[in-house]
Structure formats: structure tokens, C-alpha cells
Design a protein around this ligand. Structure first.
Ligand SMILES: Cc1cc2nc3c(=O)[nH]c(=O)nc-3n(C[C@H](O)[C@H](O)[C@H](O)COP(=O)(O)O)c2cc1C
Length: 312
């Protein structure tokens, strides 16, 4: 019998749990020569404000052991150009489009969402309330329980689409933010955005990137992200989209077992744009080996019983 990798996020059914992470897959179309966009569970595009933004001056990325620090500064074409130039093509390709919505004010989040909802053809709204590397990147909302609730409530009023606030890991108790989002009417939460980080060039004794601070992503953050997903899964009933350092099927399965309904892949896509097929095949192999017919049976199937004691 064919195995069923489909998952549900609110009213949205995805053929599989793999979604591109915002900022790591352009507007999707850049990758269509190497990836069938309709074969992904979803394509989450770069963060969009109402207007175009240039982002920070380079250098704005730096490699770190098992990861990278970026401070792109939410460079983007703005929602109007996206709706006109990109959305029709994404729709034609059969992509399930998640839009990462940014705002400097609560009204801007609502307005960008309203424009996207009216445009049609968007599958879900991911609210970026967690960008660590620009002051007005939503982090002022995402680091406050009240602010998180206010953004979700305002956006909830203007759309029927699934609303998915993206949580920052730069807080002490991430689960309380998932709870605030759920209470305010979110359909799901996604986590984690990047960890605030600093890399110093010891020769010049200055920062390696122009913004001084940036966000750490990639395999280095994965165990912390898995822990945070698990904490949120115990706190809320809404689905969780997990991410942070996924490079292969085992990594993706860790998030799913910890309670994620779907996962996003970001930094790994820069290393290997063919990662998607490999992760999907690996999940399918795992399901065959463990005689699991429906992927949804694995969501939250983590058994926290400690492993057997190994005698020294
Ligand atoms: C270059 C770069 C740009 C990013 N841009 C965005 C963005 O526009 N909006 C957003 O919510 N997250 C953005 N992120 C964060 C990722 O979507 C993701 O949350 C994070 O990188 C962790 O996943 P990963 O380790 O698989 O990359 C960006 C990350 C990177 C590396």
C-alpha cells in the first residue's frame, strides 16, 4: 500500500510536510529548474512588507561551524510587486504558496495580509514577528506576549487563510508565545527563526557583517530548535511547523516526532538544492522500515522515556 505523507494545517492539506523556509528559497521561481515547486508541501517566500526594501549592505552573511549568520535585513520586492510579478507564476506552477508577512506596525501586517488574501492563490500567511536583525522586523512584537497576540488578532480579522505566526527562539519560554498565538486565533505556529549571534573578525577586531549582529541558522541550532518544538507541542493544540538546521530525513523526523506537523528547510537548501527529494525519500524509507502507513501517525510520537543505562 502506498504510504500517505500528507499533513493538515488547519483547513490546508499538504501532500507532504516539506516547506521551503522563508528567505532561503527566494520567491520559489528561482529554483524551478531544479525543483518541481508543486511537489513540495509548500513554498514559503521571502518576507514581504508593503513596500520594497533594500536590506543591509554587504557583507551580510558569514559562515560559522555547522551554520551561518545572516543579516540580510529583509530585502524584498514588497507585496504589490509580489502579487503582480510572482504570485501568478507560482500559481501556474501549482505551488502552495506560504507568504512570510512583515510589518513595522500592526496595521502593516494586516494590510499586507489583506492584499494577499484579496489577490487569491495564497495558501497561508506566515507572520514574521521574529526577524532578529532589523529593529523594525517584528521582533518588538514577537518578544512580547501582548504584541504577539495583538498582531495575530489584527491579521485574523482580515483573512480566512491559515494564520501562522513565526516564533523567535530569542526568548526564555517559547511555549508561552505559542500559547499567546493560539489564544489570539492562530491556526498554527512555526518555529524557530534564527538565533541572535555575533561573529568577530579577530584581525580587524571588528564585526564580520555590517549590521554587527545577525541570525544564526543551520545544523548548529537544530537540537535547540527540536527542544523548543517539543516544548510548544506540549503547550498548544494547534499544529506546529518546525525548522532549524534540517539537512536530511533523520533531522526532519526528529522535529515530527517532537510534535511538528510539517517542517521547513532553509540553510541546507544553499548547500544542496536537491535536498528536497532526498529528505522526502528518506522519510518514506523510514516509514517503510517502521511499517508506518500515515506520516500523521508519527507527529508527536516521541517517547521521552530515557534510553537504557549503559554500564561503564
Ligand atoms: C539568508 C536567510 C534569510 C532569511 N530570511 C527570512 C525571512 O525573510 N523571514 C523569516 O521569517 N525568516 C527568514 N530566515 C530564517 C529562516 O526562514 C529559518 O527560520 C532559519 O534559517 C532556521 O532554519 P534553517 O536552519 O533550516 O535555515 C532567513 C534565514 C536565512 C539563512
Amino acid at each position: 500500500m502506498a504510504r500517505d505523507l500528507s499533513v493538515r494545517i488547519g483547513t490546508l492539506e499538504l501532500p507532504n510536510p516539506l516547506i521551503s523556509a522563508s528567505g532561503c528559497f527566494g520567491y520559489g521561481l528561482e529554483y524551478e529548474d531544479v525543483t518541481d515547486l508543486s511537489a513540495l508541501g509548500g513554498v514559503c517566500v521571502k518576507g514581504l512588507f508593503l513596500t520594497e526594501r533594500e536590506g543591509h549592505a554587504p557583507p551580510r552573511i558569514v559562515e560559522t561551524p555547522a551554520g551561518m549568520i545572516n543579516a540580510i535585513g529583509l530585502q524584498g520586492i514588497g507585496v504589490h510587486r509580489f502579487v503582480k510579478e510572482k504570485l501568478p507564476l507560482l500559481r501556474e506552477r501549482g505551488a502552495r504558496v506560504f507568504v512570510n508577512v512583515c510589518g513595522t506596525t500592526i496595521d502593516e501586517y494586516a494590510e499586507v495580509t489583506r492584499i494577499l488574501t484579496d489577490a487569491g492563490g495564497v495558501a497561508a500567511i506566515e507572520l514574521n514577528i521574529s526577524c532578529p536583525n532589523i529593529k523594525e522586523g517584528g521582533i518588538q512584537f514577537g518578544c512580547s506576549l501582548l504584541g504577539t497576540g495583538q498582531v495575530v488578532e489584527a491579521v485574523r480579522k482580515v483573512t480566512h487563510l491559515p494564520v501562522i505566526p513565526k516564533l523567535t527562539p530569542n526568548v526564555t519560554d517559547v511555549a508561552s508565545f505559542a500559547r499567546a498565538a493560539e489564544d489570539a486565533g492562530a491556526d498554527a505556529v512555526s518555529l524557530v527563526n534564527t538565533f541572535l549571534a555575533l561573529a568577530i573578525d579577530v584581525e580587524t577586531r571588528r564585526p564580520t557583517i555590517t549590521n554587527v549582529l545577525g541570525g544564526l541558522s543551520g545544523p548548529a541550532i537544530r537540537p535547540i530548535a527540536v527542544r523548543m518544538v517539543w516544548e510548544c507541542a506540549r503547550e498548544v493544540k494547534i499544529p506546529i511547523i518546525g525548522m532549524g538546521g534540517i539537512t536530511n530525513a533523520r533531522d526532519a523526523l526528529e522535529f515530527i516526532l517532537a510534535g511538528a506537523t510539517a517542517v521547513q528547510i532553509g540553510t541546507a537548501n544553499f548547500v544542496d538544492p536537491f535536498v528536497w527529494g532526498k529528505v522526502l525519500d528518506g522519510i518514506d524509507d523510514y516509514m517503510a522500515r517502521h511499517q508506518v502507513e500515515r506520516l500523521s501517525d508519527l507527529i508527536g510520537a516521541f517517547d521521552p522515556t530515557p534510553p537504557k543505562v549503559v554500564h561503564r
